[in-house]
Design a protein around this ligand. Structure first.
Ligand code: AMP
Length: 431
């Protein structure tokens, strides 16, 4: 089915072609005609499914059709016509860029403003002068801008919640409610989420009016081709094993997930000293530094980026052949998000998890929740020798480490003390 058959204007069909999209993905085929008809939409889809273009293309078309300049119409000069709320700064930048690059092909220019926290508010205030057709925002900074009277939300005709589950996970519930209270009652609502726990479903139920539902089921046909591997290894030998794998496979880019900002710095430094271009990426870096690392990773100036779960969602790096779980993710959901960074848009990818003796029970639970068995491999020269510490030290509840909620600071301190006393960590015995 070609893009033209979805009801898009020739300019936007051309924009999709220029972006390299040959045929619509399932979420695009389902969502675009419904959005163009003005319906509310409930999209159940992961990142990697093409969901950004699924809302960006019809949104731009509707804004274009109204043919109003940003300064006309209700709401005055600081009005916003479409609002896209996203959970993270990186996703704001990414979604904003997709909208801008598609909008380039329109006859009438449309203004797309991108706003997020962690950087100075002044340029964003200046950028909003005269209003904007689309604002892509994280909720906290959006409210700051409203408080500064830099924009008005009373004329928003289209609202997109992107990665709604992540917005709630990150604790944006209150901010979301404040934003929603500022919007006019009459508007189109587009709601995208990868998962639908009760709180997300309740938010969708409260927001959407007779939504068209588009679900992209997890069938082998549309599942990205990600080969999942797990390697049994001693905790103290993970950095060496990582070096070995990077060299052996000669991956052009590898995203390595670790548990802490400290580990991201430490592992990246060890790799760098061993002659591998590796950089850390985590929330402790300034926004400027984070943007730079991502850009340089995309430009292939870094071969390896060692990151916390900050990079687990939303981030789209085309042609990322490998993801390594140096430390296992806390939950099965995080596992899916991490490995979903590879194998995007029809490419193939490999996701390798390092499983230490202490993490074996935890990984088994992840496998169970995924309905998967990923046989433990052993790599010659890296055969494990450690056995698991008693459950009372590493996993007092015997849950394998999976809990319903994030660990408290106290939990983390306890775990760190236990790790320091029992299992040697990579930062003590590096390569
Ligand atoms: P998203 O799920 O929006 O993060 O998109 C994931 C990736 O798929 C991005 O790199 C897009 O450029 C790409 N993509 C989106 N739509 C298509 C399409 N119709 N054909 C091929 N690639 C696409």
């Amino acid at each position: 089915m070609p893009f033209a058959s979805l009801g898009l204007s020739p300019a936007l069909v051309h924009a999709a072609e220029k972006a390299g999209f040959v045929a619509p993905t399932p979420i695009q085929a389902g969502a675009i005609p419904a959005i163009l008809q003005g319906a509310d939409l409930l999209g159940a889809a992961q990142t990697g499914s093409g969901k950004t273009a699924a809302f960006a293309l019809p949104l731009l078309q509707q804004l274009q059709q109204l043919q109003l300049s940003a300064t006309q119409g209700p709401g005055g000069p600081r009005r916003v016509r479409a609002l896209v709320l996203v959970p993270t700064r990186e996703l704001a930048a990414q979604v904003g860029e997709v909208l801008r690059s598609l909008a380039q092909h329109l006859q009438q220019p449309l203004k797309v403003a991108i706003v997020f926290g962690g950087v100075s508010i002044n340029p964003q205030m200046l950028g909003l002068r005269g209003g904007a057709d689309v604002v892509v925002a994280t909720p906290g900074r959006l409210l700051d801008l409203v408080d500064h009277n830099a924009l008005r939300l009373s004329a928003v005709a289209h609202l997109v919640l992107d990665e709604a589950d992540r917005l709630l996970d990150l604790g944006f519930t209150e901010e979301l409610q404040r934003v929603l209270a500022l919007l006019p009652a009459q508007r189109q609502n587009l709601f995208f989420s990868a998962t639908f726990p009760a709180a997300v479903q309740a938010l969708a139920d409260g927001l959407l009016k007779n939504p068209v539902r588009v679900e992209v089921p997890h069938t082998p046909g549309n599942e990205p081709a990600i080969e999942q591997r797990s390697i049994a290894v001693d905790a103290s030998r993970r950095t060496q094993l990582l070096r070995h794998l990077v060299k052996e496979h000669n991956w052009s880019r590898v995203l390595v997930f670790v548990a802490t900002q400290y580990a991201a710095e430490h592992v990246a430094e060890k790799l760098y000293k061993a002659g591998i271009y590796a950089s850390p990426f985590h929330g402790g870096l300034s926004q400027g530094a984070r943007n730079q690392v991502l850009q340089e990773f995309k430009d292939e100036r870094w071969q390896v980026v060692v990151t916390t779960d900050l990079a687990a969602r939303g981030i789209d790096i085309a042609q990322l052949p490998a993801v390594v779980n140096y430390d296992l993710p806390r939950s099965a959901v995080d596992y899916v998000h991490r490995i979903g960074r590879t194998g995007r848009a029809g490419e193939t990818g490999v996701a390798v998890s390092f499983v230490t003796a202490d993490a074996e029970a935890h990984f088994r639970l992840i496998e169970k929740r995924q309905h998967l068995t990923i046989p433990r491999e052993q790599i010659a020269g890296f055969e494990p020798t450690e056995t698991a510490a008693p459950a009372s030290v590493t996993d007092p509840q015997g849950t394998g480490g999976i809990k319903g909620k994030r660990p408290s600071k106290k939990d983390k301190l306890r775990a760190a003390a236990a790790a320091a006393g029992s299992a040697p960590d990579a930062h003590k015995k590096g390569p």
